[in-house]
Write a protein that binds this ligand. Structure first.
Ligand SMILES: [Zn+2]
Length: 212
């Protein structure tokens, strides 16, 4: 199974950009594990949707959005319906909360109108946290954290990165957050749905696979 990294909001000059504008509903038990020295683990679990607001610049809503970080994915209703129809696995879809902003009197740039009346937005939360096979992946280790003992592994910033997810640790989901590094991989099944439907505001690159 091939894995891709998506660059959502790749066309920021054509589509509206969003940001996370309220507290993220992390699971309390995960927050307690957070090491203040190395800030690991990379992926906390959460139990509710993101709250977003819009940046000035553009008022057109793209089909996919990435508020804040690349492991966060927001999609418009037709994308969620296509994901559901394709029976993609391992995600929860929560209705996105929108924090309305006071409209400016003389805005310099276009902005999504408030109150929001665009397409319904879904927060696609990848539930599958799986392990990388670090010896086969483009990562660098800085050894164990002196405070918590966890292995500090970082993804290499390279043009031809390759990452291998350990099949044993994978629950079969199509939205995979690797335990060792940030970001979210998606399987070729997700890319097929995006490609077949011509969804906008996303680019993607082959970055790895699930091990045999
Ligand atoms: Zn630590």
């Amino acid at each position: 199974m091939k894995l891709y990294l998506m660059n959502v909001s790749a066309n920021w000059n054509e589509y509206a950009e969003s940001y996370i504008s309220d507290k993220i509903p992390w699971l309390e038990e995960d927050l307690k594990q957070n090491c203040e020295k190395c800030l690991r683990p990379n992926h906390f679990r959460r139990n509710g949707p993101l709250t977003i607001s819009w940046f000035e610049g553009c008022s057109t809503i793209g089909d996919l959005l990435s508020p804040g970080a690349l492991d966060k994915l927001v999609v418009v209703d037709k994308v969620k319906r296509a994901f559901d129809a394709a029976k993609l696995k391992g995600y929860k879809a929560w209705p996105v909360q929108i924090k309305e902003q006071k409209p400016k009197k003389n805005p310099k740039f276009p902005i999504v109108p408030s109150p929001y009346d665009g397409p319904r937005l879904w927060d696609i939360y990848g539930e599958d946290i799986a392990h990388l096979i670090t010896e086969k992946s483009s990562v660098d280790s800085r050894g164990p954290c002196p405070s918590c003992g966890i292995e500090r592994i970082d993804a290499l910033d390279d043009d031809d990165c390759h990452f291998v997810i350990d099949r044993e640790s994978w629950d079969g989901g199509d939205f995979i957050r690797p335990y060792e590094i940030g970001g979210m991989f998606v399987t070729e099944r997700v890319i097929d749905v995006i490609r077949e439907n011509g969804f906008t505001n996303v680019e993607y690159k082959l970055e790895g696979c699930i091990s045999d």
